[in-house]
Design a protein around this ligand. Structure first.
Ligand code: PLP
Length: 395
């Protein structure tokens, strides 16, 4: 049995989204900046897509800027708000310790340029509380940037509350909503969101395309110099096939959101219940305010990488929290941020589900994981030490 359970990394494109892209290659292949008919047809499709995206998010079409994805949107939103703030002498930014690297690395760059960054702790309840944001905002704060939902452990942040606090304090509020858009109901106006990043490939759209919502009146600086596309805020010929695929994927996701979220959350709870029966494990992330598709566990006495490879051999595509791909053996900054010690954080497993998964697949994941964890523990000197009492169990 083949089971894809890594939807937080990327999703399979839907047939509908893929079909919507093809005419943009075959028929409407013009450049939207060209004045001839084929170009103007492409321009019409582009602006139609913008209106439809805006409708899904509860904003105006002119508040949507198309980008290459979540990372670019995060970079532009944060750098733009920071440099705009600096012009007024405001060089303090509030964020959280469990942001995506697209946010954290951008903040690191700003720190080197003299900005001060406060990263809120996420130990308690594996989440942030709106009050922490309120307490961290200062006279010189130019930006609050907190993710909508965490990509590793699934915690959903109190965005509407944070938005209200930022509005009252007069501070720009950006949210990296890459894991939330298409999965959770979002209304940028009601939640007082000034800027929002999204990425198509996280909701069954194509890769390499995303958007940045910027509330009218909030200044936006461009990062890419060149042509006048996207009202001078993002140069480069528009990725029309990608934008069309993204629009259709978002409309479908929003239309079926309630049904899909209920179904996927059912699978999630089945999986959490099954994995919880494995001894000496712990669920990571907010147990209540949690993405419908996220399951994240730490298992004591094993290496997450070995677990992943053995699950892969059994047909299951999952993810661990470690950053071993980058050649480092450091465990995930997210698991460390919620207070997992190194040894425990190394034994992590993330399974992220979609509506394409089935209850039979979940049973297969549960049985396979239980079996592989036992096999790995039987080979582990650390596990032996835990069992003989030479070492103390943490979980
Ligand atoms: C995937 C992801 C990103 C990056 O999006 P890309 O489109 O792959 O650049 C940013 N933030 C979060 C929370 C993500 O899950």
């Amino acid at each position: 049995m083949k089971v894809y359970a890594d939807n937080a990394a990327t999703t399979k494109i839907s047939e509908h989204a893929l079909a919507a892209m093809l005419p943009c290659y075959e028929t409407y292949y013009g450049n939207p900046s060209s004045l001839h008919t084929i170009g103007q047809q492409a321009k019409e499709i582009l602006e139609d897509a913008r209106s439809r995206m805006a409708k899904c998010l509860g904003c105006e079409a002119r508040e949507i800027y198309f980008t290459s994805g979540g990372s670019e949107s995060d970079n532009q939103a944060i750098l733009s708000a920071a440099y705009t703030g600096a012009k007024k002498g405001k060089k303090h930014i509030v964020s959280t310790a469990f942001e995506h690297h697209a946010v954290l690395h951008t903040l690191k760059k700003l720190e080197k340029e003299g900005f001060e960054v406060t990263l809120l702790s996420v130990k308690e309840g594996h989440n942030v509380k709106a009050q922490q944001v309120k307490d961290a905002i200062r006279e010189d704060t130019c930006l609050v940037t907190t993710m909508y939902a965490n990509n590793e452990i699934g915690s959903i942040l109190p965005i509407a509350e944070i938005g209200k606090i930022c509005k009252e304090a007069g501070v720009v509020f950006h949210t990296d909503a890459v894991q939330a858009v298409g999965h959770l109901p979002i209304d940028v106006k009601a939640e007082n969101i000034d800027m929002l990043s999204l990425s198509a490939h996280k909701f069954h759209g194509p890769k390499g395309v995303g958007a940045l919502y910027v509330r009218r009146g909030v200044p936006l600086l461009n990062l890419i110099e060149g042509g006048a596309q996207e009202r001078n805020k993002r140069a480069g010929t528009e990725n029309l096939p990608g934008i069309m695929g993204m629009t259709v994927a978002l409309e479908d996701a929003c239309e079926n959101m309630e049904k899909n979220a209920a179904y996927v959350a059912g699978l999630r709870d089945q999986l959490i219940a099954g994995l919880s029966r494995i001894p000496h494990c712990a669920l990571n992330g907010d147990p209540v305010n949690r993405l419908p598709g996220n399951v994240s566990f730490c298992f004591e006495g094993i290496e997450g990488e070995s677990l992943l490879l053995m699950l892969d051999a059994l047909g299951i595509s999952a993810s661990s929290g470690s950053a071993c791909t980058s050649g480092s053996l450091d465990p995930s900054h997210v698991l460390l941020a919620i207070g997992r010690v190194h040894d425990v954080a190394h034994g992590s497993l993330r399974l992220s589900l979609s509506h394409y998964n089935t209850p039979e697949e979940i049973d297969h994941i549960i049985a396979s994981t239980a079996q592989v964890v036992e096999t790995l523990r039987n080979m582990s000197p650390v596990w032996r030490d835990l069992q003989t009492g030479k070492r103390q169990y943490i979980l």
